[in-house]
Each structure stands twice: as C-alpha cells, then as structure tokens.
Write a protein that binds this ligand. Structure first.
Ligand code: AMP
Length: 276
C-alpha cells in the first residue's frame, strides 16, 4: 500500500496504477467506508482512498476541529481492505494561499435539504472532490447513498463538467439496530445513541407505510416526525424528494427518497431511505 502525503507523490503513485476505483473519505473509517472500498474492488483492479478532513465543507460553528482523526487505525483498515493507494494531503497544500476563490455550484441541487441548513457545505464538497478527481484521476468513484444529496450533486458535477469518471452508488451500511453508520456516531453518549435510533425507526416505518399503499408525502413525513419528536430530537428537516432533482414531491409516484437531518444533543445526524 502506497501512502502519498503530497500531490506530487500521489500523481506519481497513480501513474503506476492502471484502471482505478476511488473512495474519497474524511477518515474515522467504519464498516460503511469499508463496504465502499470492497465495492471499489469489483469495479477496477486497483483502488485508492483519500483521507482528508476538508475544511471548506465545514461551517464556522461546525465540528471541523473536533472531527475524529484516528490516522493509524484508518491506515490499518485501508491495508486490511487491500487499498493500493492512500492519499492523505495537508490542507496547506490542497488550499494554497495563492489560489483564487473557487466556486463550483449547482444551485437547484445545493440549495435544498442539507444545503439550506449548512450554507456553503456542498460548494466545499464540490471543490474538494473536483480537486481530488484531478489529482487522483480515477476511472470510477464510489459514494455512499447515506449522503444521497452529496451523491446526486457529485453525479451532476461529473455530468455537467465532463469528468471521465463513472460514479457508483453504495448502499447505506447500518448497525444491527438500524442506526446508519457514521464517523459522528462516536460523539454519541449511550443515551443519545438510543434517542438517535428514532431516525432509522421512523424511516423504516415510513417505508413500510409506503409499501402498504401510503403515497401521501405529508403523511409519510408525519410518521417520521412523530418518532423524532417522541425523543425530543431537534429537527432540521424531514422531506420527501425526487431522487434525481431533489425537489419535494407530494405524491410518491416516482422514485423518491425520504430524508432526515436532526440533532441529538450537539451531534447532527442524517439518514435517508428510498421509497419505491
Ligand atoms: P465521509 O468520510 O463521511 O465523508 O464519507 C465518505 C464516504 O463514505 C461517502 O461517500 C459517504 O457517503 C460514505 N459513507 C459514510 N457512511 C456510510 C454508511 N453508513 N454506509 C455507506 N456509505 C457510507
């Protein structure tokens, strides 16, 4: 496994690899990330992962400084998964002070859901992923359905800006009790974790209601909201949106997603499931 810490090292290592599947991450790796690495292997003979806590996608009052950075454990996981190249750049090289301000944006997709509640977040995501794509030059990139808005935005970016990269969506990996795996779960106390379970419980109830004929988005939203309110979660949104356009839908006729963002104490959790 090659660990590249500079852009030059990464470019050189990449030039020694053929068809490459890439899994960008912020580290604090868990079984969800591992499933993406595993899927990457099915798409190309060589795989790369980046570990970079990207400052430009965090708001001023968000958890950038306290975001977990267990580097040694992360590298062990990459090794175990047979990753060929790990790119771990320094922020000072990725964001050199002489660079002009860079904005890549898709307002119809970034102005809703998490984009409304985390202004600038997806600009930061697009900026760093575009840079990572140009540095790592993968043929395939894997992203989790757990961050489905990010997945749709990055799919749009590749399409709109003609990156020669195939985007692959990976299903959400959950704990046995349903909680979607997240690097942020390690912030949760046992009591808060229990309260956070209301998110997946509510989503699963909505899926079941939809499966048995409930197509009214407001009713499905109410089912999820009731679970969150019962645990006194602070809700950013519960929404039913078109899977591709991310616009709200009233009747769930076409492929849609029901998505949640809510705070348990100071920890913000997101989750979603497909309807239909
Ligand atoms: P992050 O390190 O949180 O930026 O996530 C890196 C990648 O892992 C993104 O494509 C996420 O969507 C994906 N990911 C995070 N959590 C999960 C999960 N529980 N299941 C599947 N993919 C995930």
């Amino acid at each position: 496994m090659i660990v590249a810490k500079t852009i030059a090292e990464c470019r050189h290592a990449r030039s020694t690899l053929g068809k490459l599947a890439f899994v960008p991450t912020m580290g604090a790796l868990h079984a969800g990330h591992e499933s993406l690495m595993h899927l990457a292997k099915a798409h190309a003979p060589a795989t790369a992962t980046s570990i970079f806590v990207n400052p430009t996608q965090f708001g001023p009052n968000e958890d950038f400084t306290r975001y977990p950075r267990p580097i040694d454990a992360d590298l062990q996981i990459c090794q175990r998964q047979g990753v060929d190249l790990v790119f771990m750049p320094e922020a000072a090289e990725v964001y050199r002070p002489d660079l002009p301000e860079t904005v890549i944006d898709f307002p119809s997709l970034t102005g809703v859901l998490d984009g409304l509640h985390r202004p600038g977040h997806f600009r930061g995501v697009c900026q760093v992923v575009a840079k990572l794509f140009n540095i790592v030059q993968p043929n395939v990139a894997i992203f989790g359905q757990k961050d489905f808005q990010q997945l749709q935005i990055l799919s749009a970016m590749v399409f709109a800006l003609d990156f020669p990269i195939k985007i692959v969506a990976a299903p959400t990996v959950r704990e046995a009790d349903g909680l979607a795996m997240s690097s942020r779960n390690r912030y949760l106390s046992p009591a808060d974790r229990e309260r956070g379970l209301s998110i997946s419980r509510g989503l699963f109830k909505a899926v079941e209601a939809h499966r048995t004929g409930q197509k009214d988005a407001r009713t499905l939203i109410a089912i999820v909201t009731a679970e969150l309110v019962a645990q006194s979660l602070q809700i950013d949104y519960v929404a039913v949106v078109d899977q591709r356009t991310l616009q709200s839908v009233n009747d769930v006729g076409r492929p849609s997603v029901i998505a949640v963002a809510a705070r348990v104490g100071s920890t913000r959790l997101i989750d979603n499931v497909r309807l239909g």
